[in-house]
Design a protein. Structure first.
Length: 217
């Protein structure tokens, strides 16, 4: 079932997610601090797919119209954004894609007993928070198969129905969704991205890399 989705943020990840989900047929509302950047992104998506259901609106309208909200913003802006949208997210799914990286991208600024996703859940208590897309680079959305293998995307949350809904979005974006468990597993998932960033820089992966779980199943 196609969903109405607010993508807040027009950077690399926001653009990649908006394009992928619009191409999959979802209704996309793009918002961000730069209204012109949001409009340009919407026009770019429509130019690539004439029947794409995508429009640029302000943040309040995006959240109001959408069933699912994806803040594609830096972790440091979470508190401010949460305050802005809190009154409009009751009963909705909010997808945390952020990684709370330090300034050198080799560690996390959150305490060991929490995560960016869990903090967002505290900031938005009336919404259902799901962690997803944080272990993928923006480049992976245009190449979700690397070396012949479909990149895995981990999903974590405490609500089974919301987990399934977001897993469906992950599949629509071209990745293989894997249920990582409760929202507390976000702590591990966010650390996994620290490792992947380090590997990408060390081995010059050109930001085209992803996680793959291999099994006999």
């Amino acid at each position: 079932m196609k969903k109405s989705i607010a993508v807040i943020g027009t950077g690399n990840m926001g653009s990649a997610i908006a394009k992928a989900l619009a191409n999959a047929g979802h209704e996309i509302y793009i918002a961000g601090k730069d209204a012109q950047a949001a409009e340009t992104l919407a026009q770019t998506i429509r130019a690539g797919q004439a029947d794409a259901r995508v429009q640029a609106v302000d943040t309040a309208a995006a959240v109001q119209h959408a069933e699912i909200i994806i803040p594609a913003v830096w972790y440091a802006t979470y508190a401010g954004l949460a305050e802005e949208i809190r009154s409009r997210v009751a009963g909705k799914i909010v997808v945390s894609i952020a990684n709370p990286l330090n300034e050198t991208f080799d560690g996390l600024v959150t305490a060991a007993d929490t995560s960016a996703a869990e903090e967002l859940a505290e900031l938005l208590p009336e919404a259902t928070i799901v962690k997803a897309f944080n272990t993928t680079f923006a480049a992976d959305f245009t190449t979700p198969r690397i070396g012949g293998q479909q990149v895995d995307c981990f999903v974590a949350g405490d609500d089974e129905q919301a987990l399934q809904t977001v897993s469906d979005l992950v599949a629509d974006a071209g990745f293989r969704p894997l249920n990582a468990g409760p929202l507390s597993m976000s702590r591990t998932l966010e650390s996994m991205m620290v490792l992947l960033i380090g590997l990408a820089m060390r081995y010059d992966y050109n930001w085209l890399a992803g996680w793959k779980v291999l099994s006999q199943a």
